[in-house]
Design a protein around this ligand. Structure first.
Ligand code: GYE
Length: 359
């Protein structure tokens, strides 16, 4: 790919600025993006270093931390990359600014984990006009022209939601639970992970006659999950299931439930379902505090690198590359779930399972 003269000049200018004692962020940017080592160290012009601008969502959850680590580890100087990492603090406008900065810096690739799905047409057109390929990762964009991004790699959130709900249906049947009164703590509204997981629950509630007694966003954070659960418990005394759209919300919800004098788990008052299976989440699944945890794999660094390698070699890449994900539960009451004719085996969480996991 085109090695960018301006990027090299900027790197040189930045080294000069630093030598002069000006600690600083990426040139021209008003956001607080951290230039992870790369821009000062890496590209003494002329090398084959590939510059990647990564517009990350934020640092809202354990999942996100694992995801950022995976990206930083993969796009390292040692691997031949210069990574410009921008943390948007869950704000789309920050991501748009970051992308414009990446375009100015003439990066080789833009990698975008979009906070929400809509609102990307203009800035992605700017990237296209500048001839910079955009790879979307983790969450999807909803754009009128599909050529505005090269590829999507990440979870299939509709499928995740459907798997979780099929598990709940089978579990309720196995345990003879007749009535489900569900508190629904959603993710960031408009994010792919929220849209798909919510769709799964709403479809199942309609089909199986479940009551969604309350529905509110917990913004994928533990603090908000706790706050929302507290207020839902005050308003409804019949909640027997909480469907949290990620592990951190579940941690907060569990704290709120306990603080209200209620219990969680297979023999408790409330069943907690969650998504992600981060370390603390899978551990809580072993104890039953989270009864079912649908996996969402955050280790996207190597997957994006593979895409970039293919593009560098002039090869075709899949437009959508969903990651295979499992479903984990406390106990063995449900052995498998079936969605659209495909069976998914449910893994009972044991210490061995926990020890064998990569994140
Ligand atoms: O489930 C949540 C994070 O987009 C899949 O974002 C991701 C979600 C993940 O904050 O924990």
């Amino acid at each position: 790919m085109k090695r960018k003269l301006i990027a090299a000049l900027m790197a040189t200018a930045m080294v000069a600025a630093m030598a002069a004692g000006c600690a600083g962020g990426a040139g021209g940017g008003s956001d607080k993006g951290t230039s992870e080592g790369g821009s000062e160290g890496g590209s003494e012009g002329g090398s084959d270093v590939i510059t990647v601008g990564f517009a990350q969502v934020g640092a809202e959850s354990d999942w996100r931390t694992a995801n950022s680590e995976s990206m930083k580890e993969t796009f390292s100087e040692a691997n031949g990359y210069e990574l410009i990492f921008d943390d948007a603090q869950q704000k789309q406008e920050n991501q748009i600014t970051a992308i414009r900065n990446f375009i100015q810096q003439e990066v080789d690739y833009i990698v975008l984990a979009p906070v929400t799905e809509t609102g990307w047409d203009t800035v992605l057109q700017e990237a296209k006009d500048a001839d910079i390929p955009v790879i979307t990762v983790d969450r999807m964009v909803d754009v009128s022209d599909d050529s505005l991004f090269v590829s999507y790699v990440g979870g299939n959130f509709q499928l995740e939601g459907a798997k979780a709900c099929e598990w709940l249906k089978a579990y309720a049947d196995a345990k003879g639970i007749k009535e489900l009164n569900i508190a629904h703590i959603q993710g960031t509204i408009g994010a792919s992970a929220q849209i798909g997981r919510t769709e799964g629950l709403e479809n199942a509630a309609k089909e199986y006659g479940w009551n969604i007694v309350a529905q509110q966003t917990g913004e994928f954070t533990q603090a908000k999950g706790q706050e929302v659960m507290e207020s839902m418990l005050k308003q409804h005394d019949n909640i027997n299931v909480v469907y949290c759209e990620n592990d951190n919300e579940a941690f907060g919800a569990i704290d709120a439930i306990k603080a209200a004098g209620k219990t969680v788990g297979p023999d408790g008052d409330i069943l907690v379902l969650s998504f992600d299976t981060v370390k603390a989440g899978i551990e809580a699944t072993m104890t039953g505090e989270i009864i079912c945890n649908t996996e969402c794999n955050p280790l996207h660094g190597p997957r994006v690198a593979e895409l970039i390698e293919k593009l560098e070699a002039g090869e075709e890449v899949d437009k959508i590359a969903y990651v295979d994900e499992g479903i984990f539960a406390h106990g063995t009451d449900v052995a498998k779930v079936t969605v659209d004719g495909t069976d998914y085996e449910v893994t009972e969480v044991t210490q061995e399972v926990i020890d064998g996991r990569a994140y």
